[in-house]
Design a binder for this molecule. Structure first.
Ligand code: A3P
Length: 307
């Protein structure tokens, strides 16, 4: 099977620790890895199919979590089927069209329908075929402060990202949208508005954490699936942070260590709401809130920063 082969290649791939951090460029003012910008035409012309399901998030908002939930739903709670390959091979990352065996476009092209795909793109950069085909989209948003903290640690451990700088520097870059995939504020607001006119299920990380059963029910309804209570319980268990942390098909430990160094910060780091309190100083928090109020003025979108 094609995925198994790709996994074997992945294991055999022993990249030197000399991997350098990615360069950044921009598409319409949105910072993206240069290698993504270099292939932008190809990404923009992605051919969506009407039965594609797109999972869209700002990076570190709980993408992998909702991917595992969706996969479990689609496979009626069969954990073995969900361990057929790593998250990124199960669900091609549409803008990650890098050459090589793990190229998402090659994966997506050969993948039988119905496909589940992933993107971190802000609304305005989503390839138009997704709108033309009226694809269903699940969006997960996470409160800005926890999202920022998670992103900072991800930058530290992942050489696909540029240098994060210090915490203070990264905090400022996040506020001004000078991080990869751009402004968190524009991202969450853009998708929030889009749900009025498109088939978008808009979920929140904090809600998933508070009551996974209630939120998974929403996903079931959106996907027009009905599952026995027993299967639902199994999905909740299999997609809990504790289980996913130890699942090599979901915790990104299959990435070559030279790219993702889990000893710096594990991909499955804390999985909580409110960890920002361990990072922000009182002064940083006051300034952040002040700026946040301005950037989020005029939207009906609200977040919980703690549970
Ligand atoms: P933290 O860094 O705060 O721990 P993404 O998949 O979008 O990259 O998001 C990663 C974040 O989601 C990480 O947050 C990770 O720990 C968290 N996460 C992943 N699976 C989770 C789960 N099952 N429950 C709660 N949080 C989860």
């Amino acid at each position: 099977m094609q995925y198994t082969m790709a996994l074997d290649k992945m294991k055999a791939l022993n990249l030197e620790s000399s991997v350098t951090r990615s360069e950044t460029d921009e598409v319409d003012g949105v910072p993206l890895p240069k290698k993504v910008c270099d292939r932008w035409d190809q990404i923009w012309n992605f051919r969506a199919r009407p039965d594609d399901l797109l999972i869209a998030t700002y990076a570190k908002a709980g993408t992998t979590w909702i991917q595992e939930i969706v996969d479990m739903i689609q496979h009626d709670g069969d954990t073995e089927k969900c361990k057929r390959a790593t998250t990124y091979l199960r669900h091609p990352f549409i803008e990650w069209v890098l050459p090589g065996p793990f190229s998402s476009d090659k994966n997506a092209e050969v993948m039988p329908s119905p496909r589940t795909l992933k993107t971190h793109l802000p609304l305005q950069l989503v390839p138009p075929s997704f709108w033309e085909q009226k694809c269903k989209i699940i969006y997960v948003a996470r409160n800005a402060k926890d999202n920022l903290v998670s992103y900072y640690h991800f930058y530290r451990m992942n050489k696909n990202m540029s240098e994060p700088g210090t915490w203070e520097e990264f905090l400022e870059k996040f506020k001004s949208g000078q991080v990869l995939w751009g402004s968190w504020y524009d991202h969450v607001k853009g998708w929030w508005e889009a749900k009025e006119n498109h088939r978008i299920l808009y979920l929140f990380y904090e809600d998933l954490k508070e009551d996974p059963q209630r939120e998974i029910q929403k996903v079931l309804q959106f996907l027009e699936k009905d599952l026995e209570k027993e299967v639902l319980d199994k999905i909740i268990h299999h997609t809990s942070f504790e289980i996913m942390k130890d699942n090599p098909m979901a915790n990104y430990t299959f990435e070559p260590p030279a790219l993702m160094d889990h000893s710096i910060s594990p991909f499955m780091r804390k999985g909580t709401v409110g960890d920002w309190k361990n990072h922000f100083t009182v002064a940083q928090n006051v300034k952040f809130d002040e700026d946040y109020r301005k950037k989020m003025a005029g939207t009906s979108l609200t977040f919980r920063m703690e549970l």
